[in-house]
Ligand binder design. Structure first.
Ligand code: ATP
Ligand code: MG
Length: 553
């Protein structure tokens, strides 16, 4: 690792010991999403851990789709996940892996366990199976089908596979211990009947393996040395080890668990995110308010910011809730260093400069970024009429210079990278609303100090009225108004922030922004960080984040 100051986490300790003892010669990890939704920020943590370890130890990380449940899975999700992992900047070793590629192998291992008297076809229905399972404090009871001959189980399993048995009528179960203190070990289900085509294997199968029966075996087939998952699987580890120990596997992977990443003011569960999408509380999985990787990308968060945030968090043995503000700190930090500067007037107010003749103009060449020469230059066009922001003007001449560092009637302000101007007169419509300001420039003040006796109150942004791009700006608030939206008895949907999206049309951006590309980042001076929306053909900018943290809980 390059940053040697960072203390090593418990997984790195395990790996170091394994390498030292010669138990492992190449570190192979995997990221195993189920394609039943889009990836979220929690998955990013898992991706960073798994790909990060492979990188650090010169090993490899597989991208493996855990596609064992066709009911909820979809090709759309597969493609989105591939795009997200790639966008985050990680490369998996070899081809993309799919659990479904191993269905034949898993099936023959199931037959192997039946032959070893370690699995049986059970005909208890779901309700009875539950009753037989016992409770946390009470042992379970053996299924009446537990001692059926292997030949019978083999024949029934084949019938289950070919579709001759109805759904719910039978399962294949491992024969372990109905009295185990660990409920996972009480003859867990290995195969269930699901008469449903699979996105990759079509109609071949009418049975699908359980997570527990599939995962360790998939790891072994792929030579995964360290199978890293989240804490909720800790109680499944004995079962993982039982299958690994009882099957003639090509390698002996081991499972390790770390704490999930949760963020406040949002939810990190695919099921809940899917509900937000299905019930149209948001535009889709990539809605910029979503904590999905695709939503964050569309919002304008960079891959580097996500990676750095994830890497800053401990790989711990407890689940944690991280403050959204901590994530936002990384987003802002990254954009401050990398976003090009630009000007966009969000609430335009026309200013006509009476001493700057119509039909004349100038171009001011300014840096793309105050301290990044590599971000080039841009050209601002100045003219007789410009726009400033309504909020940057006041008729109240009693406002102190300290409090209101903007334009006041009769006073001066500097236009960023251009002239100092004065506001001379206000034009209003019939109802008294200001429609225009008549002002004047102070000559020779571009890139030069104000002459004696003139003092600009502050610096404001502006664009040329004629030579600007019309655009829409979307400003996002947090999706939930409650820090822990899904902690209570009530539905998390009750805590949706009704004001999480503000759409402002009629904004005026500096000309160059008409060519902005989604994924390019801009700091709209004095406003915040923005990126062009990837879904809209019009010029729409998503506000990634404000310039400073002004969230009030
Ligand atoms: P969800 O609860 O959102 O459905 P999941 O665990 O069911 O998540 P998977 O597709 O199975 O989703 O996850 C792929 C990998 O990502 C797993 O190894 C899982 O442990 C890990 N992962 C999922 N959510 C988080 C999280 N919040 N923090 C860290 N890792 C996570
Ligand atoms: Mg899962």
């Amino acid at each position: 690792m390059t940053d040697t100051e960072k203390p090593i986490n418990f997984i790195q300790q395990v790996i170091n010991a394994d390498l030292e003892a010669g138990a492992v010669d190449r570190v192979i990890t995997r990221f195993p999403p189920e394609p039943n939704g889009y990836l979220h920020i929690g998955h990013a943590k898992s991706i960073c851990v798994n790909f990060g370890l492979a990188e650090q130890y010169g090993g490899g990380c597989n991208l493996r789709f855990d596609d064992t449940n066709p009911e909820k899975e979809d090709e759309e999700y597969v493609n989105a996940i591939i795009e997200d992992v790639r966008w985050l900047g990680f490369k998996w070793q070899g081809d993309i892996c799919y659990a479904s590629n191993y269905f034949d192998q898993l099936y023959s291992w199931a037959q192997y366990l039946i032959n070893k008297n370690l699995a049986y076809v059970c005909e208890l229905n779901a309700e009875d199976m539950r009753a037989y399972r016992g409770t946390l404090t009470e042992a379970g009871k053996n299924s009446p089908f537990r001692e059926r001959p292997a030949a019978e189980s083999l024949a029934l399993l084949e019938q289950m596979k070919t579709g001759e048995i109805d759904e719910g009528r039978m399962t294949l179960r491992a024969k372990i211990d109905m009295a185990s203190a660990n409920i996972n070990m009480r003859d867990p289900v290995m195969y269930r009947i699901k008469k449903m085509p699979h996105q990759r294997t079509g109609d071949t199968w009418n049975i699908y393996p359980s997570y527990d029966f599939a995962h360790g075996q998939e790891d072994s087939i792929e030579g995964v040395s360290h199978s890293i998952c989240t804490l909720e699987f800790a109680a499944n580890r004995p079962l993982y080890e039982w299958f690994v120990g009882n099957l003639p596997l090509p390698s002996q992977p081991r499972q390790y668990e770390f704490g999930r990443l949760n963020l406040n003011y949002t939810v990190t569960s695919k099921r809940k995110l899917k509900q937000l999408v299905d019930e149209q509380h948001v535009e889709g999985w990539d809605d910029p308010r979503m904590p999905t990787i695709s939503g964050l990308r569309r919002r304008g968060v960079s891959a580097a910011a996500i990676r750095e945030f994830c890497d800053s968090l401990a790989v711990a043995k407890t689940d944690g809730v991280v403050d959204m503000a901590q994530f936002e700190h990384f987003i802002r930090d990254d954009l401050n260093s990398n976003a090009r500067r630009a000007m966009c007037v969000i609430n335009p107010l026309l200013v006509t400069l009476s001493n700057y003749p119509a039909g004349t103009g100038e171009e001011f060449v300014v840096p793309g970024h105050p301290n990044r020469d590599d971000l080039g230059e841009r050209s601002l066009s100045f003219a007789h009429q410009i726009y400033i922001d309504r909020n940057d003007f006041s008729e109240d001449t009693t406002l102190s210079r300290k409090k209101f560092k903007r334009l006041v009637i009769g006073d001066y302000v500097r236009l960023r990278s251009a002239y100092i101007i004065r506001a001379d007169e206000v034009i209003t419509d019939a109802s008294g609303n200001i429609t225009e300001i008549i002002g004047s420039i102070v000559p020779d003040t571009v890139g030069a100090d104000a002459p004696e006796g003139i003092k600009a109150r502050g610096v404001i942004h502006w664009v040329s009225a004629a030579d600007s791009a019309d655009c829409t700006v979307k400003i996002y608030g947090r999706l939930f108004i409650k820090a822990a939206p899904d902690a209570g008895e009530e539905s998390f949907l009750e805590h949706i922030n009704p004001q999480s999206l503000q759409v402002i049309t009629g904004c005026k951006a500096e000309r160059g922004l008409a060519a902005a590309v989604a994924g390019d980042h801009y700091q709209f001076e004095r406003e915040g960080y923005f990126t062009r929306d990837s879904k809209s053909s019009d010029l729409v900018f998503n506000c990634t984040i404000g310039l400073r943290d002004n969230w009030k809980a």
